[in-house]
Design a binder for this molecule. Structure first.
Ligand SMILES: NC(=O)c1ccc[n+]([C@@H]2O[C@H](COP(=O)([O-])OP(=O)(O)OC[C@H]3O[C@@H](n4cnc5c(N)ncnc54)[C@H](OP(=O)(O)O)[C@@H]3O)[C@@H](O)[C@H]2O)c1
Length: 330
């Protein structure tokens, strides 16, 4: 049976940035046996979405084919379920992570795997939830799995540095770190210092000042872990600021950080650089949704764009100066 048509935004080849996004009408996708079809209410952009367009994951054959509808982090309402879906029914409000292979977020409807979909209670707005999957879980997993922070506050005290604390990942990292037994130092631009203090950071450095560039804690602390959400900071800057066993969790590992990682391993250094890539899981997503519902975590929204202006949202994300998350609404 022919499917109804929907509005979507796609691109046809690598490169081209926002100018190569095209508004199109395409058939509403059909859910496979373990998938739900969602009527989307909010979509967020993560840097990986436009990095895939740039060709960063071309060696991994991503995206799987062109044209490609980008974006993976969405919230909406279930309007159809595959025959083997057990936990969702038509009418449920949910948040989901689509796959990087097939994307699908920049559209009115998208199919999501049941295993990457979590229920969204009415207290959590669609935009607040859509922002969570990649950005929220990266912050959560980097803090808990690599930095060893226990979010129930039961762990040993730790000094944490969050770089680019005003961004999508950073603003969650500061809030989540403060649920644990931590002292948080954060870096951001001058205009965001009060904002980042408001998220709970104990001390904040302007990254354009000499102290900020040196990452020096104003209270003289050494960091047990750095949740490193920006790029271009050499190991020689981190090294003097770390405790004996300090770790830098690098969320954007390039050639130089991979070299440092190998060197630290090879020399049995106690200080480590850990390249980190998130794997989104449904349980983690449900946990973050619950934190938002309980008022323990908030999504800060930089800006909202209608789907008809998706290219403006895309350009804003590429520009790299968002405070919190950029949302697109069909
Ligand atoms: N490995 C993974 O699994 C994973 C997952 C998610 C994200 N990431 C990566 O993590 C990075 C951050 O992602 P995001 O979504 O948080 O990005 P984002 O939201 O675009 O970050 C923008 C923010 O970064 C701030 N900023 C830029 N350069 C800075 C610097 N040198 N020092 C301090 N703040 C700086 C900007 O502040 P100003 O406007 O003041 O400059 C802006 O508020 C990206 O490279 C992304 O690809 C990796």
């Amino acid at each position: 049976m022919a499917r109804k048509l929907m509005q979507a935004v796609h691109y046809n080849s690598y490169g081209g940035g926002s100018a190569s996004l095209k508004h199109v009408e395409v058939p509403v996708p059909s859910p496979n046996k373990n998938e739900v079809l969602l009527k989307l209410e909010a979509i967020t952009i993560n840097p990986i979405d436009w990095k895939i367009q740039k060709g960063l994951l071309r060696p991994l054959f991503l995206p799987r084919h062109f044209p490609h509808i980008p974006c993976t982090d969405v919230a909406g309402e279930v309007v159809e379920v595959g025959p083997q879906v057990k936990d969702f029914k038509v009418g449920d409000k949910v948040v989901a992570k689509l796959t990087h292979q097939y994307g699908g977020g920049f559209a009115e409807f998208a199919v999501a795997s049941e295993s990457l979909t979590a229920a969204r209670p009415s207290e959590v707005l669609a935009a607040e939830a859509a922002a969570l999957p990649i950005a929220g879980l990266t912050a959560h997993d980097a803090l808990t799995q690599v930095a060893g922070v226990k979010l129930d506050g039961s762990g040993q005290p730790k000094n944490i540095l969050v770089t680019a604390a005003s961004g999508g990942v950073g603003h969650y990292a500061v809030q989540l770190a403060k649920l644990g037994n931590t002292h948080v130092t954060a870096t951001c631009g001058a205009r965001n210092i009060d904002f980042v203090k408001g998220l709970g950071a104990d001390e904040v450095l302007d990254y354009r000042t000499p102290e900020g560039a040196a990452l020096t804690s104003p209270s003289g602390r050494k960091y047990d872990a750095v949740i490193h959400c920006t790029t271009g900071i050499p190991w020689s800057t981190f090294d003097p600021n770390l405790t004996e066993n300090g770790k830098v969790v690098d969320l954007t590992p390039g050639l130089s950080s991979l070299t440092t990682f190998a060197l630290k391993k090879f020399t049995f250094s106690k200080k480590q650089l850990v390249p980190y890539f998130v794997t989104v899981k449904r349980e983690g997503l449900a946990y973050l949704v619950q934190l938002v519902k309980d008022g323990k975590l908030k999504t800060v929204i930089d800006s909202k764009f209608p789907l008809s202006k998706a290219e403006d949202a895309w350009a804003k994300s590429i520009d790299g100066h968002a405070t919190g998350k950029i949302i697109v609404e069909p």
